[in-house]
Design a protein around this ligand. Structure first.
Ligand code: PMV
Length: 357
C-alpha cells in the first residue's frame, strides 16, 4: 500500500524502577531483570508526521521540543533509527517531523528518555500499522493478537532507544528481563506484571524531589558500561534476580515493611555500584542524604510506610501508599521541600501506560 503522508500522536509516561536495571549486554539486553511502577503525570507527548520522499538513501527527520527545532537531539535519534531499521524497513522512505513535549519541566533532572523513546516507538508502530493495513497477513490476525503484537513490538523498539523505555508502555507494573518466576518475561521487551497486586499498592504515590536539576553527571550509557569488569557485577546481577522474585511475592501479599527494605536497598545498591566502579562517581548530593535521613526519622516517629528510591542521579523519589497521601504530602511540604532546588517537587502516582491521542 502506498501512503503519501500522515501523522500520529502518542503520549507515554515515565517509570520508576523498584528493582533496577544497571548493566547491559550487546543490543540493549539487560544483565538482570527489573520491575517498575509506571507513572501517570510525568509524560512525553510526541507527534510524528511523515511524508513520502523521492529517494530512500538515508534517514531524513527533524526534531522539535516544545516547538523549537532541536538539532542537538538528532544524533540520538539517528542511532535509534539505525538500530531499528531492520524492524521498520520503511524508515528511509519517509521524511519524519518529530514534535515532542514533556509535562515535567525541561532539565529537571528527570530523564525523558524512557517516556520519549516509548512515545516515539509507538508513533512509528502506528505508521507501520497503517502501511500494513491492506496486507493479507495482518488482516488474518485476531484483534487481541494484533494488539499484543503492536505493544510488544513497540516495547521492543523502545528498548533499542533506551533500555528502561520498554517499561513505559503499559501499567501499572512492568517487568523487563527474563526471570524464571515471571511468566512471559523477556529480555527483548517489557511485560505487565502477571500477578494480581495487593490493594495497598493501588494508586501508589511517587513524589519526585528535584534536588539537582542540572545535566546528568553520568549518562546512563556510561553508567551501564561501568558494570563491565566491575568487581561486584556478578553478585549484583544475582541479587537483582533474587530481589525480583522477592518483590513479586511482596507485591502480591502487600507486606509494606518488606517492600520498603527491598526498594531502598535496591536504590542504595545502584549508587554503591557507581561508587565502586572505575572511574567512580558519587551521584547523590548532600541534600539527597538529608532527605533520606528525614524519611527514616519520620518513619521511626510515626510508623509511616513512606520510603525512597533513586535513579542514577541526586533526585529522590518518595514512595507511599494512597491512604497516607495527606500526611506524607504535609511532611514533604514542611520538611523535605527545603532540600529541593527552588523548593520544587512533582507529585505523581502509578498510572496505566501510553495513550494514542
Ligand atoms: O534506560 P537507561 O539506559 O537510561 O537506564 C536507566 C537505568 C536506571 O534508571 C538507573 C534504572 C532503571 O531500571 O530504570
Amino acid at each position: 500500500k502506498t501512503v503519501e503522508n500522515g501523522s500520529y500522536t502518542w503520549s507515554s509516561p515515565s517509570n520508576i524502577a523498584l528493582v533496577k536495571y544497571w548493566g547491559k549486554k550487546k543490543n540493549q539486553i539487560p544483565e538482570n531483570p527489573s520491575i517498575s511502577f509506571t507513572l501517570n503525570n510525568c509524560k512525553t507527548t510526541t507527534t510524528v508526521s511523515f511524508s513520502k520522499k523521492e529517494d530512500s538513501d538515508s534517514f531524513s527527520f527533524d526534531v522539535f521540543l516544545d516547538g523549537d527545532k532541536k538539532d542537538g537531539f538528532k544524533p540520538k535519534i539517528e542511532t535509534f533509527f539505525k538500530r531499528v531499521e531492520t524492524y521498520l524497513p520503511f524508515l528511509k522512505d519517509y521524511h519524519f517531523k518529530i514534535e515532542t513535549s514533556n509535562t515535567f519541566p525541561h532539565s529537571s533532572g528527570i530523564a525523558s528518555s524512557a517516556s520519549g523513546m516509548s512515545a516515539l516507538a509507538l508513533c512509528l508502530m502506528s505508521v507501520e500499522k497503517e502501511l500494513l493495513s491492506d496486507d493479507v497477513i495482518s488482516s488474518t490476525v485476531e484483534k487481541s493478537e494484533d494488539e499484543t503484537y503492536f505493544l510488544q513490538k513497540a516495547s521492543f523498539l523502545a528498548r533499542l532507544g533506551s533500555g528502561s523505555a520498554c517499561r513505559s508502555l503499559e501499567g501499572d507494573l512492568v517487568v523487563w528481563g527474563e526471570h524464571a518466576n515471571i511468566e512471559g518475561s523477556s529480555d527483548l521487551f517489557g511485560v505487565k506484571f502477571p500477578h494480581q497486586v495487593h490493594d495497598v499498592f493501588k494508586n501508589y504515590h511517587d513524589t519526585i524531589l528535584l534536588v539537582d536539576k542540572g545535566e546528568k553527571q553520568v549518562s546512563s550509557t556510561v553508567g551501564h558500561n561501568l558494570m563491565y569488569g566491575h568487581p561486584f557485577a556478578q553478585e549484583r546481577f544475582k541479587q537483582a534476580h533474587k530481589n525480583l522474585e522477592a518483590i513479586s511475592k511482596i507485591l502480591q501479599e502487600g507486606d509494606l515493611d518488606k517492600f520498603i527494605a527491598l526498594v531502598e536497598s535496591e536504590a542504595l545498591t545502584l549508587h554503591a555500584m557507581m561508587m565502586t566502579s572505575m572511574p567512580y562517581f558519587i551521584l547523590m548530593k548532600p541534600n539527597t542524604l538529608q532527605i533520606i535521613n528525614k524519611i527514616w526519622a519520620f518513619r521511626a516517629e510515626t510508623g509511616s510506610k513512606v520510603c525512597f528510591t533513586l535513579d542514577a542521579g541526586a533526585n529522590v523519589h518518595v514512595l507511599y501508599p494512597e491512604k497516607e497521601a495527606k500526611t506524607v504530602l504535609a511532611f514533604i511540604e514542611n520538611e523535605l521541600a527545603v532540600f529541593c532546588q527552588n523548593g520544587q517537587y512533582i507529585n505523581d502516582h502509578v498510572g496505566f501506560g501510553a495513550n494514542l491521542i
